[in-house]
Design a protein around this ligand. Structure first.
Ligand SMILES: [Mg+2]
Length: 229
């Protein structure tokens, strides 16, 4: 088997629990709503909607449930507050051992979609530049370059001077994560953590294998990862 020299990982729900970020963001917006309107309860209302499976209109509905205006300008400013907040989040416990297991044999990198301001703050909060290089946030080129676009994956090949089966991509979203790396001949693994936003999505999305953790995916690539206790 070709030795993997570059292990590229997704960010949200692969390295940290996205739902912790969501809860942290709602708490920041809760404070903003209290300051702007003198009304409490936004965070609880928004979290209840999130837990009920609502996506894409949580801010409007939470404002409405508090009797507050949900006009476009208000919603926009609160979404900006959400994306600009300093998130209170932590890496999954298997990330450090997984990256350490690569040792000097493989380089670790990130390819991540999502609004640039929000993704940059996640990268900062988690201290990711210590572990990963490069960290490619696709939104810096514009939304049309989010996965499944190939640009970030080709950029990884250029920056590292490698490609094909020397590269691997480990991600959690079967709807978009594996299309481009698979087309480029990379190794691919779906990291299906139980609490992940896309954990219930059926099918592999083209990934070669499915693993319950990042540590298991890195083991599958042939690296020896310590057990996390
Ligand atoms: Mg993800």
């Amino acid at each position: 088997m070709t030795a993997v020299q570059v292990v590229v990982v997704d960010l949200d729900d692969t390295l940290f629990p996205e739902r912790d970020y969501v809860r942290s963001g709602f708490a920041a917006v809760d404070e903003e709503v209290r300051r702007a309107f003198g009304v409490t309860g936004f965070g609880t209302a928004a979290w209840t909607l999130f837990e009920a499976g609502v996506r894409g209109r949580i801010f409007d509905e939470a404002l409405g449930s508090l009797g507050l205006p949900a006009d476009a300008a208000t919603v926009k400013s609160l979404i900006e507050c959400y994306r600009a907040h300093r998130p209170s989040i932590d890496l999954y416990p298997d990330v450090a051992v997984s990256i350490r297991a690569l040792g000097g044999r493989a380089r670790a990198a990130i390819v991540s979609d999502g609004p640039l301001a929000a993704q940059e703050r996640k990268v900062d909060a988690l201290g990711l530049p210590t572990w990963f290089d490069p960290i490619l946030l696709t939104d810096r080129w514009g939304r049309e370059y989010w996965k499944p676009h190939e640009r970030a994956f080709r950029e990884i090949e250029t920056v590292t001077g490698t490609g094909g089966a020397h590269c691997a991509y480990l991600g959690d979203n079967p709807r978009k994560d594996f299309t481009a790396p698979r087309r480029l001949g990379w190794r691919t693994a779906r990291v299906r953590r139980a609490e992940g936003e896309h954990a219930s999505v059926a099918g592999s999305g083209g990934a070669e294998v499915e693993c319950p953790s990042l540590a298991d995916a890195v083991r599958w690539l042939g690296f020896e990862v310590e057990e996390v206790w």
